[in-house]
Structure formats: structure tokens, C-alpha cells
Design a protein around this ligand. Sequence first.
Ligand code: GAR
Length: 206
Amino acid sequence: MSVAEPLTLAVLVSGNGSNLQAIIDRIEAGEIHARIACVISNVHGVFALERARRHGIPTVIHANGAFATRREYDNALVEVLRTHRVELVVLAGFMRILSDVMIGAFPGAVINIHPALLPAFPGLHAQKQALEYGVKFSGCTVHFVDNGTDTGPIILQAVVPVMQDDSEESLSRRILQEEHRIFPESIRLFAEGKLSFHGRQVRISS
Ligand code: GAR
């Protein structure tokens, strides 16, 4: 019996990389049939890069300032991804908006984690937005990336309570615990071919 090749991922990061770590751990545990071909950061010196190195994963710095326009940045990024034969692009705390160049190059194959229950609180500082609004529940969303900001088809969501005395940090920590569960799980579903589109609805087969 022939065994299918693992799905080739690139994980794009800008910071701590705790979601990257959760993905690495599930792959190393043999729970996701995938391999991370490279970790790409738009910021130098972030801890996510150190996490990648500790696991022998190649790293690439694709710095914000090195390109004149968003499209030039994305064209060069597509080239890096193609060189590594990437099949799924995973935005794990990548704090940069992608243009139609990237989305067009990887249709249905770019996913993002957002620390709120979309469509509520898209964009930056989602946890702060939730606290200021006064919602009683928030959470996180894994979604396919389209040309909008945090508007693409939703794969998985998880809900957490918001406490009266929550700070941005305490709420972020509670949400992150759920991120670390649903993001790797979404990648597993993708790798196993279990996700399909019906309009903008993502259906999950068992
Ligand atoms: C996560 O909370 C993720 O949802 C958020 O950045 C954090 C990255 O943490 N992403 C966004 O806000 C994207 N708009 P990590 O570097 O520890 O994975």
C-alpha cells in the first residue's frame, strides 16, 4: 500500500510563535500528516524563529521594509513559497495584510487564526475590542483567507467566557489555549481532505 506524501506547509509568523509550536507538536506526535517546509517571519529576531530552529525547520526573513509596495512584497513571498513547494500557507500570528497576489497564487490554500469570534472584532487588537464592547463570550476563529480583512470562510471556532475582571492579557491567554487546539485541528482536517466549500460555508466530512 502506498502512503500519501505529507502536506507541505509554510507557517508565517511575526512574534512569539505559540501557535507555531502547537502545530509542530501535533505534527511531531504523528497526529497531522504534514511537514513544515519553512517558517517565514516579516520581523527579525522574534521567538517564533528560535522555535523553528530548535526543531530543525528552515527559516526565512521576509522583512516588511525590503519592498516598495504590498504587491512587490507578496510577489517575492510567492516565489519563496513556490521554491519550497508549499501546498498550504498557515498564518500563525502573521501581522501583515496579504494582497490579491498571494491569495490568487494559493486559492483556497491560505488559512489564518484570529483571536475573536468572527465576524465580530476583525483587524488589530481583537481581544481589546471584545473587552471594550463588553461581550460575555469571545474566542477564536480559523478561516480561509480571502481579499478582505478576516472575512474569509470559517473552518473552526471556539468560545471562551469573558470575565468581569479580565485584562487584555488574561483574556488573550484564555483564547490562546483554544487557538492551540483548533488551529492544528484545522490543518489536520485540511491535510486529510475533509474540508469542502459550499458557497462561503466550509463543510467538514467525517
Ligand atoms: C494569536 O493570538 C493570533 O490569534 C493573533 O496573534 C497571536 C499570535 O500568537 N493573530 C492576529 O491577531 C492576526 N490578526 P503566537 O505568535 O503566540 O502564535
